[in-house]
Design a binder for this molecule. Structure first.
Ligand SMILES: [Zn+2]
Ligand SMILES: [Zn+2]
Length: 733
C-alpha cells in the first residue's frame, strides 16, 4: 500500500469538492457533515475484496446481536446486561494554535460522552413520550487516559502545533507524524481522538466502523475543533458535544438511523439493523418539529429524528435506543479491534516512584544549524513524574560520544509538572554532531526508573572557508565540511539527504524529500559555510543546478535562496521560485520523483548589488518550503566572486594579457559608446588583424586572435563611435 499515492490522488479531488461545497453553502443552512459513510464508500471502492469481508463480518455480528436482543426480551427494559466499561481516551489536539482547545473544553466533551452514553443527559426530558420506553442506557463510559503506552502518567491530552489538516479517509495525514500529524497511541488500549482542522470546513468528523481491514494506526475518531466539546472553540449548532456522541456510535458499530445509504438516498429498504428504531426514508437536518412521519413510517409517532445517529443539530438529538446500546455492547464483545479495549488499564494512573525524572525531549540544539558558534547551551524539557517535588537534578550532555559535561540544576518542580532546564555551555567545532542528554540523581538519589532519562538529537555547526566554493556533493558525507543541514519539523528524517546515481554531474546530489514527508509549510535547509570574499570584489554570484517535479496541480513546493553577511544571524531572501516556476519536469507525477538528465536546470543568483564591495563575508542558505509536492534536487553549487583589474575600472577598457601569446581579450567596464571596429597593426604599420562590429556595442569580452603573428610590438586600434584609442601590446611566443 502506498499511502502517499492515495493522498496525492485524493487532495485535488477534495479541493474540487470543497470548492463546490463552499459555493453551494452560501445560500443554505449549515448542517451536520459526518464523513464516515463517505470514507467507508471510498475505502470499498479502493478495496472491493474488503467490502465482501466487511459484509461477512457484519453478518456474523448480526447473528450474535440478534441473540442478545432475544435474551433481552426476558429482562426489564433498562436492566443492564453488561458490566460498566470505561474506555481510555487520548485526545490529540493538532492545530496551528492547539492552546485554542483548553483542558476544560476537552473535559466538557468527556462529560457529554459520559452523560449521553449513560442516558444521564439533561435533555433526555425532550424524548417524546412515545419513545421513552426505548431510551437506552449504555454501560460504556470514557476517561481521559491516565497512563501512556509506556506506563508514564498523562493527562490524556496532547497538543501538537501543526498546520496539517484532516483529509478524511485512509492515510489521513493527521494520523501520521511523517505528514505533520501525530501517530495513534496503542489502539488496543486507547480510543484515539484527533481534534484538528478539517480540509473541508463543513465536515464535522469521521471514524471507521469495526470490521474493516484498515491499518491499526488509523482506528479512532477525527473531529473538527469547532465541533468538539461545549465551550471554547466549539461553535453552534454543533457545540453540545454530539458530534463525538454520534461518531463514537459509528466507532461502536452503529449505522445512521435511516440506514446504510447516504443521507439523501430515498429508501425504505436500507436499515440500521436495529429493531427498535423506526424505519426512516432519508436523514433530518437542523431542529425538526416533532412528530415527523415519512414514506417508511407513515403512522404516529413517526420517525426518531432526535436519535444521536440522525443528522439533526446537537441541541435536537437526545437518545440512543436500547437496541442501539445493546448493539454497541455486542460490538465490544465481538469485534477483534474493540474487545482489547475492555481490558485496557489506560484509565488507571500508574504508581509513581518518589524520584523519577522523565526526559521529554532536547529543546536545544535539536536538529538545528548553529552559525558562527564555538559553544552552545544544552536545554532539556523534563517532567517530574516522581511523587516528590524535584529540587535538584544533574544534566549530562554528551557530544559525539565524548565525556559528558555535567551540571547540577537546582529547581522546585512539583510532581507531574514539566520545565526546561539548561546545562553549562559546551564547546563545539564546525561539523555535524550527535548529542545525547540525560538526567541523573533527582533529589540527590538514584532515579528509580532510568529508561525515560535520555534524549538524543543531531545538529550542525557551520564553519568558514574561502571563495570560490564549488560543491558537487561527491564526498560521502552530508553535510560537507563546514556546511550545515536541518529542518523546521520535528522529524529529523526530513533533513536534506545525499543521493547517489542521481546528479547533474558526477554521481551525487542533494535531495529534499517532499514526497514521503508531507510537512506542509515546514522547511528543509542546506546552509553553506561562511565564505571570505575580497572586499574589493566587483561581483558575487551563486550558481546551482536544480531538478524538481510537482505531484499534482495543487502542490506548491518552493525554493528560497538567502544570503547572510553576519554569519547566519540574519538572512535575506534573494531568490524564490515555487510551483510551476520551480518545477523542471513538464508533467506532474505522483511517483517518487527521480529527474532525467534533461530535467536539470541551471540558475544564477547575482548577489553583487547586496554584497560586492560592501562585505568581506557571505553565507548562502537554500531553503525548501514543503507544499505537498515532490522531491527537489540540488547539485553543483558554486559561490564565487570576481574582482576586476583596477586599470579596467580606471580606463573603462583593458586589453589582457599584455604581453600576450596570442589570445588577447578586450574587456569593457561601464562603457557607454558602441565599438565599431578593432584593427591591429605591426610596428611598420601593416594591419595583421581586423574585425568590424554591427552590434558589438559595449560587450564585455571580445577575443582578438594574434596567435598567428610573429612576436614583437603591435598597436591595437579601438574605433568607437565617438573616439579612437590606440594601445601598444607585446606579442611573445
Ligand atoms: Zn454519521
Ligand atoms: Zn526516570
Amino acid at each position: 500500500m502506498n499511502r502517499t499515492f492515495i493522498l496525492r490522488y485524493i487532495i485535488p479531488l477534495l479541493f474540487c469538492f470543497g470548492w463546490y461545497a463552499a459555493s453551494s453553502q452560501d445560500n443554505s443552512i449549515r448542517h451536520r457533515g459526518c464523513v464516515t459513510g463517505d470514507v467507508m464508500e471510498k475505502y470499498f471502492q479502493k478495496h472491493p475484496q474488503e467490502k465482501i469481508a466487511f459484509e461477512k463480518r457484519q453478518q456474523d455480528f448480526q447473528k450474535k446481536y440478534e441473540l442478545v436482543r432475544k435474551q433481552r426480551q426476558g429482562l426489564q427494559a433498562q436492566q443492564r446486561v453488561n458490566a460498566t466499561v470505561t474506555i481510555p481516551v487520548i485526545v490529540h489536539i493538532l492545530m496551528e494554535d492547539p492552546s485554542q482547545v483548553t483542558d476544560d473544553q476537552v473535559q466538557s466533551q468527556l462529560d457529554v460522552l459520559n452523560a449521553d452514553y449513560a442516558g444521564l443527559n439533561a435533555d433526555s426530558v425532550n424524548i417524546p413520550a412515545a419513545f421513552k420506553s426505548r431510551f437506552g442506557k449504555s454501560e460504556l463510559r470514557f476517561c481521559l487516559a491516565q497512563r501512556t503506552p509506556q506506563g508514564a502518567p498523562t493527562t490524556g491530552i496532547e497538543r501538537i502545533t501543526s498546520v496539517t489538516k484532516s483529509f478524511p479517509g485512509e492515510n489521513d495525514p493527521v494520523k501520521y507524524s511523517a505528514m505533520g500529524g501525530v501517530d495513534a497511541w496503542d489502539v488496543n488500549k486507547y480510543l484515539n481522538i484527533w481534534v484538528c482542522e478539517m480540509d473541508n470546513e463543513n465536515d464535522l468528523g469521521y471514524t471507521f466502523m469495526p470490521g474493516l481491514g484498515i491499518a491499526a494506526g488509523e482506528r479512532g475518531f477525527v473531529t473538527a475543533y469547532h465541533a468538539f466539546g461545549t465551550i471554547g472553540s466549539a461553535k453552534a449548532p454543533f457545540n453540545k458535544g454530539r458530534t463525538a456522541t454520534h461518531e463514537i456510535g459509528h466507532f461502536f458499530n452503529l449505522s445512521h438511523i435511516w440506514g446504510a445509504n447516504s443521507c439523501n438516498v430515498e429508501s425504505c429498504s436500507d436499515s440500521d439493523n436495529v429493531d427498535d428504531t423506526p424505519n426512516q426514508y432519508v436523514c433530518f437536518f437542523g431542529t425538526p418539529e416533532y412528530p415527523k412521519t415519512d414514506n417508511c413510517t407513515a403512522a404516529a409517532p413517526g420517525v426518531m429524528f432526535m436519535n444521536y445517529m440522525d443528522y439533526v443539530d446537537d441541541a435536537a438529538m437526545c437518545l440512543f435506543t436500547i437496541g442501539q446500546t445493546d448493539r454497541m455492547a455486542s460490538a465490544m464483545n465481538s469485534f477483534a479491534e474493540l474487545t482489547p479495549l475492555l481490558s485496557s488499564n489506560g484509565c488507571v494512573p500508574p504508581l509513581l516512584y518518589s524520584n523519577d525524572v522523565e526526559v521529554q525531549r532536547i529543546a536545544s540544539p535539536d536538529n538545528i544549524i548553529l552559525n558562527c558558534a564555538t559553544s552552545f547551551t544544552p536545554q532539556l524539557l523534563i517532567k517530574n513524574i516522581g511523587s516528590a517535588t524535584l529540587t535538584s537534578v544533574n544534566i549530562n550532555t554528551v557530544v559525539d560520544g565524548q565525556a559528558p559535561s555535567v551540571k547540577t540544576v537546582t529547581l522546585s518542580l512539583p510532581s507531574l509538572q514539566t520545565t526546561t532546564i539548561s546545562g553549562d555551555a559546551v564547546a563545539v567545532s564546525a561539523g555535524h554532531h550527535s548529542i545525547k542528554i540525560y538526567t541523573a540523581l533527582p533529589n540527590g538519589s538514584a532515579d528509580q526508573f532510568v529508561a525515560n532519562d535520555t534524549a538524543t538529537s543531531i545538529f550542525s555547526v557551520t564553519g568558514s572557508t574561502g571563495t570560490p566554493l564549488s560543491e558537487g556533493f561527491e564526498s560521502t558525507a552530508l553535510p560537507p565540511q563546514d556546511w550545515g543541514i536541518g529542518n523546521t519539523s520535528d522529524i529529523k528524517e526530513y533533513n536534506p539527504v545525499r543521493v547517489t546515481g542521481i546528479s547533474h554531474s558526477g554521481n551525487a546530489s542533494v535531495k529534499f524529500d517532499n514526497y514521503h514527508y508531507q510537512l506542509f509549510g515546514k522547511n528543509a535547509i542546506l546552509n553553506s559555510p561562511e565564505l571570505t570574499i575580497p572586499i574589493a570584489a566587483d561581483s558575487v554570484k551563486v550558481t546551482f543546478w536544480r531538478a524538481a517535479a510537482k505531484a499534482s496541480l495543487a502542490s506548491n513546493d518552493s525554493l528560497v535562496v538567502e544570503y547572510s553577511t553576519d554569519c547566519g544571524q540574519t538572512f535575506v531572501a534573494a531568490y524564490k521560485k515555487g510551483g510551476n516556476d520551480l518545477k523542471t519536469k513538464a508533467d506532474n507525477t505522483s511517483a517518487d520523483y527521480v529527474p532525467a538528465a534533461s530535467e536539470w536546470v541551471a540558475d544564477t543568483l547575482d548577489l553583487s548589488p547586496y554584497v560586492a564591495g560592501k562585505f568581506d563575508k557571505v553565507m548562502v542558505r537554500f531553503r525548501i518550503i514543503n507544499g505537498y509536492g515532490n522531491n527537489v534536487y540540488l547539485d553543483d553549487i558554486r559561490i564565487y566572486s570576481v574582482t576586476l583589474p583596477p586599470a579596467l575600472k580606471q580606463k573603462g577598457y583593458i586589453l589582457t594579457p599584455n604581453p600576450t601569446t596570442g589570445s588577447l581579450v578586450l574587456q569593457h567596464y561601464n562603457a557607454s559608446t558602441p565599438l565599431k571596429a578593432i584593427a591591429v597593426f605591426s610596428s611598420i604599420g601593416q594591419m595583421v588583424w581586423k574585425a568590424e562590429y554591427e552590434n558589438a556595442g559595449t560587450s564585455n569580452y571580445i577575443p582578438i586572435n594574434l596567435r598567428n603573428v610573429s612576436r614583437g610590438i603591435y598597436f591595437v586600434k579601438l574605433v568607437y563611435s565617438d573616439k579612437t584609442i590606440v594601445e601598444k601590446i607585446l606579442k611573445i611566443d
